[in-house]
Each structure stands twice: as structure tokens, then as C-alpha cells.
Design a protein around this ligand. Structure first.
Ligand SMILES: [Zn+2]
Length: 106
């Protein structure tokens, strides 16, 4: 969502202490026409959260989720390659033929 961060600031609060965020602690992870994903670290309580903001029929909606990812880790996750359908099929076929126990995966 191409909206200045100053405008988003007013809709985004810390899910733990409800404090308003300062822009300096926000990192834009992903952005398109209708959605913005931010990583935010609260200055008040130190909690990190990922906030998904989207422009819907009824205005701007935000959803915050607590995370233990640091900003650089969150950025890596968002810049990583998406899982392809071939990889999903491959995993499915592997599991279908697999006869061992789950403890081997741990
Ligand atoms: Zn907080």
C-alpha cells in the first residue's frame, strides 16, 4: 500500500502495551498496492511484532502479531524464495513413501 509511514503510524499500536509506535522503529518488509507488512519493535516494552496493514472496503485495517524474529531475520524471511508447487508435491511424495518414524526428523 503506497501510503506514507506517518499515516500508518496512527493505526499501529503495540499489541502488548498499546503504546503508539515511532516510525524510526518500523521496517517495511513488503508492500504492494493494497497491503503493507511492517516489522516493528516497541520502544516501551521491547516486544517485536509484525503488522499487516491493508486497505479494505471499510478503510484501513491492521493486524499485529507478536514475533521473536529480529528485523534482519524478518527481512530475510520476506526476501526468501516462495515455496513452489513442485516442492510441495516432492515433499508429499516423499512422506507418502516414507515408512520411518517422526523421531528421525528431529
Ligand atoms: Zn509495547
Amino acid at each position: 500500500m503506497k501510503m506514507p509511514l506517518e499515516n500508518l503510524q496512527s493505526v499501529v499500536r503495540c499489541p502488548v502495551c498499546n503504546k503508539k509506535y515511532r516510525m524510526t522503529k518500523m521496517l517495511v518488509l513488503d508492500e504492494d498496492d493494497k497491503r503493507t507488512t511492517l516489522h516493528i519493535t516497541c520502544e516501551g516494552c521491547g516486544a517485536a511484532s509484525m503488522v499487516f496493514i491493508s486497505m479494505g472496503q471499510f478503510g484501513v485495517v491492521s493486524l499485529g502479531l507478536l514475533t521473536d524474529l529480529k528485523q534482519n531475520e524478518a527481512r530475510q524471511v520476506f526476501q526468501g524464495e516462495a515455496i513452489s508447487s513442485d516442492q510441495v508435491i516432492e515433499a508429499h511424495q516423499f512422506l507418502k513413501q516414507y515408512t520411518g518414524g517422526v523421531e528421525e526428523f528431529i
